[in-house]
Write a protein that binds this ligand. Structure first.
Ligand code: SMG
Ligand code: MG
Length: 367
């Protein structure tokens, strides 16, 4: 397959409700979309970087620059590139996993569309719909939190994740547990907000029967997580720490986690995501698919990944209406707490050209 041009688009989608984590608050998703134009047709990907480097080191204008100046020229110079070779071709560039993942995903989408094969089929999906959860940001008050959770449960979500930070942890978790009872599948995500010295505070969460506690400590603190995991009865799950299959292997070997949140973009793409899935399965460690407020383009591919066998916990793959009033693809909807896995060629979803153009704030074509 020959790559003839790569198109980068910045698209602005207002969020239906502001999303606050321990690190950052946002009321819109500024999406970076990649379209590869190849000799065999187009392929699309969502590069789910944020505008600023507050959750991840990578951020939108940095990803655009590294793609335009380095990654795309390297890819276009490689003869007959396939998705399976993209990481090797781009290996001289250090880091920038999310930019590399987006290019690999777009190439894979083009390749699979040409073969009339879906992401789900290619990755080895075993389900045609997946149970999904919702991630609830830090709110201004407990009453507001309870009302949001109630609303999501009425919509049918199978699992609730609460964002926590020091000062917004025990109380919100207790309030939600008391209000909705012991059967609610509940978990908490700290987005690296704690230090090992706050282990006692995190231990106080043990009494609430959480499914897991996600990324309490710094991304590079695998040993800290391993020590913490010894102290807590709540299973420790890693998110920000998991940047590659190698790091995932180290985390498992060290006992730094007993559950893994796989974010395909952060680990370098869907092939690496599948490798981490396989590794965790071999270790008896359950995984689930994380979210980065993706547009429908990214959500479609995440649904395919979440349909693999060892994705046994509901992912952060909510219905379109949880994020946007209008998306650049047809909306994904909830049916009894599940979302259908797309089965058409490639990601199985089409970008709506009219909406895309209307929401685009920047466009460049690299040849
Ligand atoms: O896509 O539903 C979603 C968001 C899920 O909470 C979510 N993601 O650390 O897991 C996480 C956060 C990161 C969000 S950064 C924009
Ligand atoms: Mg997280």
């Amino acid at each position: 397959m020959k790559i003839e041009a790569v198109e980068l688009r910045v698209v602005r989608l207002p969020l239906v409700t502001p999303f606050r984590t321990s690190q950052h608050s946002q009321d819109e998703r500024i999406a970076l979309l990649v379209c590869v134009h190849t000799s065999e047709g187009e392929g699309w990907a969502d590069c789910p970087v944020s505008p600023g480097p507050f959750h991840e080191p990578e951020f939108l204008s940095g990803s655009r620059a590294v793609m335009a100046e380095y990654l795309v020229p390297m890819l276009m110079a490689a003869p007959g590139v396939t998705a399976a070779r993209v990481q090797a071709v781009l290996a001289p560039v250090k880091g920038h996993q999310m930019a590399k993942a987006a290019l690999e995903t777009a190439v894979l989408d083009a390749e699979l569309r040409a073969k009339q094969m879906s992401f789900a089929q290619y990755l080895g999906a075993v389900r045609d719909r997946v149970p999904v959860g919702v991630s609830v940001g830090i709110t201004g008050s407990l009453a507001e939190l309870i009302s949001q959770v109630e609303d999501y449960l009425e919509q049918g979500y199978k699992r609730i994740k609460l964002k926590i930070e020091p000062g917004w942890d025990i109380e919100p978790v207790r309030a939600v547990r008391q209000r909705f009872g012991p059967d609610l599948a509940l978990q908490a995500d700290a987005n690296t907000a704690y230090s090992p010295a706050s282990a006692h505070r995190l231990r106080a969460l043990d009494e609430f029967g959480l499914l897991l506690l996600e990324q309490p400590l710094a991304a590079d603190d695998l040993l800290g997580h391993a020590d913490l995991a010894q102290l807590l009865t709540t299973p420790v799950c890693l998110d920000e720490s998991i940047t590659s299959p190698r790091v995932a292997a180290a985390a498992l070997r060290l006992g730094a986690c007993s559950v893994v949140n796989i974010k395909p973009a952060r680990v370098g793409g869907y092939l690496a995501a599948r490798a981490i899935h396989d590794l965790c399965a071999a270790h008896g460690v359950p995984v689930w698919c994380g979210g980065m407020l993706e547009t429908g383009v990214g959500r479609a591919a995440n649904l395919a990944l979440a349909a693999l066998e060892n994705f046994t916990l509901p992912g952060d793959i909510s219905a379109t209406a949880r994020y946007f009033t209008e998306d650049i693809t047809a909306p994904f909807t909830l049916d009894d707490g599940h979302i259908a896995v797309p089965s058409g060629p490639g990601t199985g979803t089409e970008v709506l050209p009219g909406v895309l153009d209307r929401l685009t704030t920047h466009r460049e074509i690299l040849r």
